[in-house]
Design a protein around this ligand. Structure first.
Ligand SMILES: C[S@@+](CC[C@H](N)C(=O)[O-])C[C@H]1O[C@@H](n2cnc3c(N)ncnc32)[C@H](O)[C@@H]1O
Length: 446
């Protein structure tokens, strides 16, 4: 991937623009060679990386004397957004020349911190939106295994021609599409990754979570400041989160599909890594579309499942169980786990359940799990876990903020938190099984 190093970006933006030598630099950049920049009174060497990038572009910012944006790719910057899937984000490093800017030599000597990290995060939503909107349009499914030029693809997606080239080429630059040829003859096709994960016809489809980001969560996160100021959820108007979900079939199915996208790789890994052979039965509390029973039951044919969810959800779970051909091994319970407790089993499973609730309700659920297990039974929780020192786990911490804006009460937690809560209820032994991305299975044995 083309890469203009943070240092190069910083140096170029500051040295050339602050001194107002845009035109000279444009000419130098165009030659891809060593250039002379009279305003600097010296020679400027274009780095190999910048030459490879070939994509510095310059912009005059409204209200600013001069501004430059150097669009750069940073192979090393990965923002882990949402759940276990690392999303590589390409962002703009846009520096406005300002009086306090340091000279290039000072920057080179490390005097000036590089702003790339800040700008990358600050502007990361643009790249996110491009991906979210593309998934919302089902662009990757429309392309499937075919290749289309911009006009064909734009027409298939019912887009106005004004933005199509920038949109599709931004996806190419983001490595979310491949393109053979250039200009009007260029033909776009899926990359191996988008074919695997963003084409609905792929068994590995995980577009559900991106779809939910597009249709709902992007708007909900607009309320982050409100959530921080008030400590209340921003996703609904007064209703509890799960009542709100149940009020619309479309919103509910969107949510359940998103949960499946997040958990699919985790459940495959759990089926392989956790010793299910020792047990005969599993209760899945808050089962969603019963993906755990479908995947783990596929690996371990001896297991019987009890799956429980709210009455609005269980008909959808039942459909999936039937389609998977495992109805004879799965009993579906429509109920409320706070009222009805949990069906007895050798393993009690909760996938992304505890993080929905405050500590009081978390404790009720942990106690219900303990009560449903025999001695030696296992309570297995799959979540985005925060590191014990709360310094590193970007996905876990962002998911915890997501729980604030979505549910008000809910929050993510560390393994140490989990052990403490479970010990207080009576669990004796603990284990952690790393799963996909930032997700882990936390296991408490009775
Ligand atoms: C975040 S989703 C997790 C779904 C699934 N376990 C997974 O790992 O993807 C939370 C689930 O808990 C269910 N749920 C919420 N409140 C519940 C309650 N009081 N009783 C039973 N299920 C509940 C929701 O309907 C939803 O399916």
């Amino acid at each position: 991937m083309p890469c203009l190093s943070p240092f190069a970006a910083s140096r170029l933006t500051r040295s050339f623009f602050f001194r107002g030598c845009l035109l000279h630099f444009q000419q130098a950049a165009a030659t891809h060679k060593v250039g002379t920049v009279p305003a600097l009174g010296g020679r400027w060497s274009r780095t190999e990386a910048a030459a490879n990038a070939g994509c510095p572009f310059w912009r005059r910012a409204l209200g600013q004397p001069w501004a430059v944006g150097v669009w750069r790719w940073n192979e090393h910057a990965r923002m882990h957004i949402g759940q276990q899937h690392a999303v590589q984000v390409a962002c703009g490093s846009s520096t406005v020349g300002a009086p306090e800017d340091k000279a290039p030599e000072e920057v080179a000597a490390g005097v000036q911190p590089d702003p790339g990290h800040i700008m990358q995060i600050g502007m990361g939503f643009m790249a996110s939106r491009v991906l979210q909107v593309a998934v919302g349009l089902d662009l990757f499914t429309v392309l499937g295994h075919s290749a289309m030029n911009a006009e064909e693809l734009g027409r298939a997606l019912e887009l106005h021609p004004r933005g199509t080239y920038d949109f599709f080429d931004a996806l190419v630059a983001l490595k979310l599409l491949d393109r053979e040829g250039d200009g009007v003859d260029g033909r776009y096709r899926n990359t191996p990754s988008t074919a695997a994960f963003l084409d609905r016809n792929s068994p590995k489809w995980l577009g559900g979570i991106i779809n939910m980001m597009n249709s709902r969560l992007y708007g909900v996160w607009g309320g982050l400041l409100g959530g921080l100021k008030t400590g209340t959820l921003q996703s609904t108007q007064g209703e509890s989160f799960f009542d709100y979900l149940a009020s619309s079939r479309e919103v509910l199915v969107d949510f359940l599909e998103a949960m499946n996208s997040i958990q699919r790789p985790n459940f495959h890994l759990l089926a392989e890594k956790f010793d299910f052979q020792r047990y005969k039965s599993v209760s899945d509390a808050g089962c969603g579309l019963a993906l755990l029973a479908i995947i783990v039951g596929g690996y371990h044919k001896h297991l019987a499942f009890n799956v429980l969810d709210l009455p609005a959800v269980t008909p959808h779970a039942q459909e999936r169980i039937k389609a998977a051909g495992i109805a004879d091994r799965v009993t579906v319970h429509a109920g409320d786990f706070f009222v009805d407790g949990l069906p007895d089993a050798d393993v009690v499973f909760m996938g992304n359940i505890l993080h929905d609730w405050n500590l009081e309700k978390k404790t009720v659920l942990i106690r219900a799990a303990y009560d449903a297990l025999p001695v030696g039974g296992a309570f297995v929780v799959v979540e985005d876990v925060i590191d014990d020192k709360r310094r590193e786990s970007v996905p876990g911490l962002l998911m915890s903020l997501n729980m604030l804006v979505e549910t008000g009460d809910g929050f993510n937690f560390t393994m140490a938190d989990f052990q403490q809560w479970c010990s207080e209820v009576g669990f004796r032994r603990f284990d952690t099984i790393p799963l996909a991305g930032a997700s882990a299975a936390l296991v408490a044995y009775k």
